[in-house]
Design a protein around this ligand. Structure first.
Ligand code: GCV
Length: 602
């Protein structure tokens, strides 16, 4: 099987066919959708035609329209070129200073910008319908708003515009003060308001289609309106007013804990802080919330904040980079997790979706070849959240590993053997997230990762110099007798934040789904699991072992596809799968040993 030499263009190895007819139809619905009939693409907009061309490449026919208006990647890229929670090299936007780290395909002469790379990124995003990108980390450096950086951002925006991608920035709420231009960043202070208005005007002079700001405020040490006794609404509205004349939006994050509601169960704090503000935000403010109430765990119940903000536009933030799912070293296909979220939070309630990107300067973009499937899946679900995981996985597998057309004559292009193995590969891909839950944290366990880097298990993790919400022991509370957190109405009351029927389903031990059991309930080790006939302890053992066996199956199928995949990619994936195999065992053995010893303690 042939593999494009540059090794980088993922699902776009096959060029868009050149014999396509393109037609405008002003009578089509007012969006960037398309209609494909044979090799004719029809759309109302130029962007619709572009999207349609890529849809044709993946074999689509018929009419299709974007579900979410905002389909945005969030890059947690720092200005020094590093990427927070990035596992695929450095930032593609912000160069590492004085570094000889090679940037692949660096043919661009953009004065510190790899214009070719950024354009390819734009094409890859456009091919799956992504239409916005936040270029820098939510832990934002105030410097991003200074002249030199704005010039650079303008150039990035110019490169991405032909691909239909609008540029957004994360901003530091304390910027006017941090940059030494004002003595305060109080959102109600007239000078502060004026500062942001001027800054917005300066940005729009350079980038007329600039999208707006993403803000992490009063969270994990970031400055925010609380610093001045103001509310999140005061802060968000002040920025929204500055952007409004230019059509910009503010995406204000609800990921907060340890500030105003310090000491409360961490998973309750977003609702405690934001619910009372519903209806108080300007119409160009969108509340952006992570899918779960904690922090991108392999499995969480949905975040109940989505049930509380009926008068505020909302966006869901999903994490494509696998901070808590084996990073770029485990094969975990995330579409099933995101679909699970949509089964609780109807996409109709959301105006957009954001995905924390897993993209860096690694030659294969994402560190693990299969992590590209998560970038792809994010785009496809942002376009159509009703797509099945199977369909997305099948598309991606075919585009990524299928034959390259036209096949180079020197390489025999027989994919019948691979086709025979596809169903198994596909099914393992789709099951890989459930496998990860099983070998890391089954039955609703969560956040038992090693400190700081979040790779690997540390069920006994405790440091008294850290906030308790960063310590694994806070999340399972296991002792000699029991394990789990009572978040029911007799415990922290987190179940009370959910709409019915979920409030009752989760609150009641008998109806609580097994996958959330220890998230919502604290139970003795001998608790009988009605559905399986196991005790709680036996069920944990069973699930840990099941997860490990699934990874073994992945390794096995990867051996079988070897003849049909180019050797380089096969080797690179194989090496990571073997690491995952070891790591799954490490998770199982460490957790079972720790929990087992607790029960044996005198
Ligand atoms: C960008 C978690 C991550 C942080 C991240 C934060 C957030 O705490 O570990 O790296 O910061 O979430 O989403 O703001």
């Amino acid at each position: 099987m042939a593999w494009a030499e540059d090794g980088s263009l993922l699902w776009l190895r096959n060029p868009v066919p050149s014999d396509i007819a393109l037609r405008f139809d002003p009578a089509m619905p007012e969006d960037d959708g398309y209609r494909i009939d044979g090799r004719t693409v029809t759309a109302r907009t130029a962007l619709g035609l572009l999207y349609g061309k890529y849809a044709l490449l993946r074999g689509e026919q018929g009419e299709s329209h974007p579900f979410f208006k905002l389909r945005i990647l969030n890059h947690w890229d720092n200005l020094d070129g590093s990427v927070e929670r990035g596992y695929a090299g450095n930032s593609i936007f912000w160069a590492i200073q004085n570094s000889d780290v090679p940037v692949h395909n660096n043919q661009g002469s953009g004065g510190g910008l790899d214009t070719v790379l950024i354009s390819r990124y734009g094409e890859a995003c456009a091919s799956i319908g992504i239409n916005g990108t936040v270029l820098n980390n939510v832990n934002a450096s105030p410097k991003i708003l200074t002249g030199g950086y704005l010039k650079k951002i303008r150039r990035v925006a110019d490169i991405l515009r032909p691909w239909g991608i609008r540029v957004y920035l994360s901003v530091n709420f304390g910027s006017p003060k941090a940059l030494g231009e004002l003595k305060t960043a109080d959102p109600l202070n007239p000078k502060v308001k004026r500062w942001w208005q001027k800054k917005a005007a300066e940005i729009y002079r350079q980038i007329p289609d600039f999208g707006g700001f993403l803000v992490k405020a009063n969270s994990e040490g970031q400055p925010g309106p609380f610093d001045y006794g103001r509310t999140h609404a005061d802060g968000a509205n002040m920025l929204a007013d500055a952007l409004k004349p230019f059509g910009g939006i503010v995406m204000w994050r609800s990921f907060v804990y340890g500030a105003r509601h310090q000491g409360e169960d961490r998973v309750k704090q977003a609702v405690s802080e934001f619910a009372e503000l519903d209806g108080l935000f300007r119409d160009n403010v969108i509340l952006q919330s992570k899918n779960g109430p904690l922090d991108f765990q392999p499995r969480e119940p949905y975040a109940p904040i989505f049930d509380h903000m009926s008068r505020t536009p909302q966006m869901a933030e999903l994490q494509i980079t696998q901070e808590y799912l084996g990073q770029s070293r485990h094969l975990v296909f995330l579409a099933p997790m995101w679909q699970e979220f949509f089964s609780y939070v109807s996409p109709d309630r959301l105006v957009g979706i954001a995905g924390v990107a897993n993209i860096g300067t690694d030659t294969n973009w994402c560190g693990h070849h299969f992590s590209q499937a998560n970038w792809y899946a994010f785009g496809r679900l942002a376009w159509n959240p009703a797509l099945s995981s199977e369909q997305i996985a099948a598309e991606w597998l075919r585009l990524t590993f299928g034959p390259v057309h036209p096949a180079p004559s020197a390489v025999p292009c027989d994919d019948t053997g691979l086709a025979a193995l596809y169903p198994r590969l596909l099914s393992l891909l789709v099951r890989s997230r459930e496998a990860c839950v099983d070998y890391m944290m089954p039955l609703g366990l969560h956040h038992i990762f090693r400190f700081d880097h979040h790779m690997g298990p540390d069920p006994g993790g405790f440091r008294d110099d850290y906030p308790i919400e960063w310590c694994p022991v806070y999340y399972h509370r296991a002792n000699r007798d029991s394990i789990g957190v009572d978040r029911s109405s007799t415990g922290t009351g987190a179940t009370g934040q959910y709409r019915e029927p979920y409030r009752s389903i989760y609150d009641n031990l008998a109806s609580c789904p097994l996958e959330f059991l220890l998230w919502f309930h604290r139970l003795p080790w001998s608790y009988p699991i009605r559905q399986t006939g196991h005790t709680l302890w036996q069920e944990l053992e069973f699930r840990y072992n099941r997860g490990v066996a699934e990874v073994d199956s992945l390794v096995d199928i990867w051996q079988q596809v070897r003849p049909y995949i180019d050797e380089q990619r096969w080797q690179e994936v194989d090496e990571r799968l073997r690491f995952q195999q070891q790591d799954a065992r490490l998770w199982r053995d460490t957790c079972l040993k720790y929990f087992g010893q607790l029960q044996d303690a005198p």
